[in-house]
Design a binder for this molecule. Structure first.
Ligand code: BTN
Length: 322
């Protein structure tokens, strides 16, 4: 199916006959593949006498193009880059590697996910060929203690990558959401494999909405925005993927030396809720307070009823607050 998608990615009509010739298969076989293409949720049109086209074309991922956007120092930290078509979840796929090998710097990118996962058990809406879904595996010697604050630091790296591509005014929501005008543009899911008190590997999953079709908005449980709207149309998904991967690799290399402290200032400068009244929803309760930034470990500081308190888990919401 990938070769068919490459031909259709130009957004032009291609007749069944032409496609059959190019791929060396019968028209009936083409028809079967076309059914598979439409099952991906792509805007496929067919017209009598003209053939098939994907409305608006497709900007497909290609490993050589992604790699061309990595600096030599980032490339030196990359162990392997795998570009997949559809996968259940890049994090789940990365976990299989992490369970078998101690290697740091393995990256998996996918065109689409059938079971994209978000934080707190939520679903990450992952349609084919329009956003960014990637996972990176990295090992740490000092167990989970060493990675306190890593998820916030990772958010600054993703933000840095989006900025390098030209996206301005992106903010961070504790602990690691990327927002544009308070609408979600990206999310990060960290999972740990191995010994929590010794050598462990962290799977860093990053999802960035780039060209999410508007008709999928009802599937998301919160307001979202596309980073594509903030970028020059010339910036494609391969560039975005390459630049973000490069920033992540460099951050992970540097994190060993500085921990979260090295990224705290950057995080605070982009705090979307600084000084705002929020509700922090935790597993069994919630508190209301004013945001006073984060501490050296990345925990959230809230002023609750005149008292400064620190929280390491939960989800910030503006709902119900004045
Ligand atoms: C969140 O904000 O809830 C985190 C979303 C993380 C989504 C990414 S997409 C790539 C990777 N694979 C997944 O299944 N999830 C992460």
């Amino acid at each position: 199916m990938h070769r068919l998608l490459v031909i259709l990615s130009d957004g032009m009509y291609h007749s069944g006959e032409d496609l059959g010739e190019k791929l060396g298969i019968s028209r009936a076989a083409i028809w079967k593949k076309i059914q598979k293409v439409s099952s991906l949720g792509l805007l496929l049109e067919s017209k009598k006498g003209r053939g098939y086209r994907i409305l608006g074309g497709l900007d497909l991922l290609a490993s050589n193009q992604i790699l061309s956007h990595l600096s030599p120092s980032a490339k030196a930290l990359l162990f392997d880059l795998e570009v997949l078509s559809t996968v259940s979840s890049t994090n789940t796929h990365a976990r299989l590697y992490a369970e078998k090998s101690n290697a740091s710097g393995r990256v998996i990118v996918a065109e689409g996910q059938t079971n994209g996962r978000g934080r707190r058990g939520k679903t990450w809406v992952s349609p084919y060929g329009c956003n960014l879904y990637l996972s990176l595996v990295w090992g740490f010697d000092g167990g989970v203690k060493e990675i306190e604050g890593l998820s916030l630091a990772v958010a600054t790296a993703v933000l840095g990558g989006l900025k390098l591509c030209g996206a301005e005014n992106i903010k961070l929501k504790w602990p690691n959401d990327l927002l544009y005008q308070k609408r979600k543009i990206g999310g990060i899911l960290l999972e740990v494999v191995g010994d929590p008190s010794g050598y462990c590997q962290v799977i860093i999953g990053v999802g960035v909405n780039m060209g999410m079709p508007k008709n999928l908005s009802e599937l998301a449980d919160q307001q979202w925005a596309n980073v594509g709207e903030l970028l020059d149309p010339k910036v494609g998904r391969n560039q975005l993927a390459g630049v973000v991967i490069g920033e992540l690799l460099l951050l992970l290399d540097g994190y060993k030396k500085t921990g979260f402290l090295g990224y705290k200032k950057e995080w605070l400068e982009h705090d979307a809720f600084k000084g705002e009244r929020v509700e922090l929803i935790m597993v069994n309760n919630s508190v209301e307070g004013t945001v006073h930034g984060v501490d050296d470990s990345g925990a959230l500081i809230l002023k609750v009823d005149g008292e400064i308190k620190v929280f390491s888990g939960g989800e910030i919401s503006l709902r119900g607050c004045v």
